[in-house]
Write a new protein. Structure first.
Length: 210
């Protein structure tokens, strides 16, 4: 009925589940043929219609809540990955300052930390892609999803190359190398900062392209 609230419909469903709808209405046992026939024909349909309407409403609410949760989780992952990547750039700069003061152990510790943050960023990207797939968004779903998968995937591949460079600088013995450790760390940091800037640029494109 149009005037019935959602709470009333839920209470009606609960009463029906408890068996409240099984008792016949008062005076309905020995009534006239037309009235009895009309009660049998229309009486059970009203609670059933309310029950189905309530079920549909609750189903729609649960679907909306599910997709809102998926979107919130996805956005949280994207921004968390961004923060991780920016922190890694700061750690790399702190590592380079350690080299400026000839503190190689401090450089090694911070450099390995920045490399670990790079791996953490890639892991977060994989989780974000899984959230997209779980929500039903694939590469060919629409232009926005295609853009996200292709460009973030290419960025991830190039970032993986940057991680390989960071590992090389961390493990290379520069005692007999033609370049110094400081020069190699400086070049590697340039590439890493560039990947940070490229990620921010991609995020801006995704938001402007909504």
């Amino acid at each position: 009925m149009p005037g019935t609230s959602l709470v009333d419909e839920i209470e009606l469903v609960l009463d029906d589940i408890r068996g409240g709808g099984k008792n016949p209405p008062p005076g309905g046992g020995d009534g006239g043929g037309d009235g009895e026939s009309s009660g049998k024909r229309h009486g059970p349909q009203v609670p059933a219609a309310r029950r189905y309407a309530t079920a549909i409403i609750l189903g729609m609410v649960s679907i909306v809540m599910f997709f809102m949760g998926m979107v919130a989780a996805f956005l949280f992952l994207v921004w968390l990955n961004t923060i991780i990547l920016l922190i890694s750039s700061g750690v790399i700069e702190l590592a380079r300052r350690g080299l400026d003061h000839d503190d190689v152990p401090r450089f090694q510790k911070l450099w390995v930390g920045a490399t670990a943050l790079g791996f953490l960023f890639l892991t977060g990207q994989l989780v974000a892609w899984r959230e997209m797939v779980t929500a039903g968004f694939y590469v060919a779903t629409n232009q926005a999803s295609s853009f996200f998968y292709i460009f973030t995937g290419l960025h991830g591949l190039h970032l993986l190359g940057g991680i390989a460079v960071l590992v090389y600088v961390a493990r290379r013995n520069f005692a007999r190398a033609s370049v110094s450790r400081a020069a190699a760390a400086e070049v590697a940091s340039y590439y890493w900062h560039f990947m940070d800037g490229l990620w921010i640029f991609l995020l801006m494109l995704m938001y402007l392209g909504k």
